[in-house]
Design a protein around this ligand. Structure first.
Ligand code: PEP
Length: 254
């Protein structure tokens, strides 16, 4: 039985006032229960605010990145242990915006995932192909290469990671993978995890890329899509709550 997981990625957005209003509305909206587990990943300066507003609620929180180092002379970096100090359950690693703008390699992302796990924070490992990759028929090769670096680094702890399949061409573009396209890649990723992990029953594979109130139900109905990583639509409480409401009731997977 897999309960869906819906994670909001605020990216570099938010303010103390906006965050409080958004979280208040989401808390109110799911006060009677939520069909899925949920979390928000915020920029580091707001983690203390999330901790204070969400502690004791059904909503988890996390960060959008962490250092590949444990501690030391790495000015500007935030370690996974620091995230744990602020109650983070999750940290996104390898988001395509970091791979693209900060030139993060598969190996660096893998180290970050390793640091997160060592600190007791669950890494949400993002993988995804560019449009050029897809058009060249390289989707499977690319996502497997990205995930394999993490599996290799974290070994038997692979069963503890969350994976987010985020086709780069669908992020922030309004262009979503079709449910069939997403499901097909999720099947590949799940098989890869199965082949590598001791126990994959904990692994959740999220879809991310322009998921919104209008397309969430169809995507989340796919048997291997265990939830969503939501960018733009996580900044509006009504949209986020609608996505949450689109989650089907838990279903058994064979
Ligand atoms: C993301 O940033 O992880 C994402 C999926 O963004 P969006 O939903 O805006 O495409």
């Amino acid at each position: 039985m897999t309960k869906k997981l819906i994670v909001g990625n605020w990216k570099m957005n938010g303010s103390l006032a906006d965050n409080a209003a958004l979280l208040g509305a989401v808390r109110e909206g799911c006060a009677g229960g939520a069909a899925a587990d949920l979390a928000f990943c915020a920029s580091a300066p707001y983690l203390a605010q999330l901790q204070s507003l969400l502690c004791g609620s059904r909503i988890d929180w996390g960060a959008q990145d962490c250092s590949a180092h444990a501690a030391g002379a790495y000015t500007g970096e935030v370690s996974a242990a620091m995230l744990r100090d602020f109650g983070c359950r999750y940290v996104i690693v390898g988001h395509s915006e970091r791979r693209q703008y900060h030139h993060e390699s598969d190996d660096l992302v893998a180290l970050k995932a390793q640091r997160a796990l060592a600190a007791g924070v669950t890494p949400i490992v993002c993988v995804g192909e560019t449009l050029a990759d897809r058009e060249a028929g390289r989707t499977e090769f690319v996502v497997k290469r990205q995930l394999s670096a993490v599996i290799h680094a974290v070994g038997h702890c692979s069963s503890e990671i969350v994976v987010a399949y985020e086709p780069v061409w669908a992020i922030g573009t309004g262009r979503t993978a079709s449910p069939e396209q997403a499901q097909a890649v999720h099947v590949v990723l799940r098989a890869q995890l199965r082949a590598a992990s001791v126990n994959t029953s904990h692994n959740r594979i999220l879809y991310g890329g322009s998921m919104n109130a209008g397309n969430a139900a169809e995507l989340l109905a796919q048997p291997d899509i265990d939830g969503g990583l939501i960018g733009g639509a996580s900044l509006k409480a009504a949209d986020f709550l609608q996505i949450l409401a689109s989650c089907p009731v838990e279903a058994a997977r064979g």
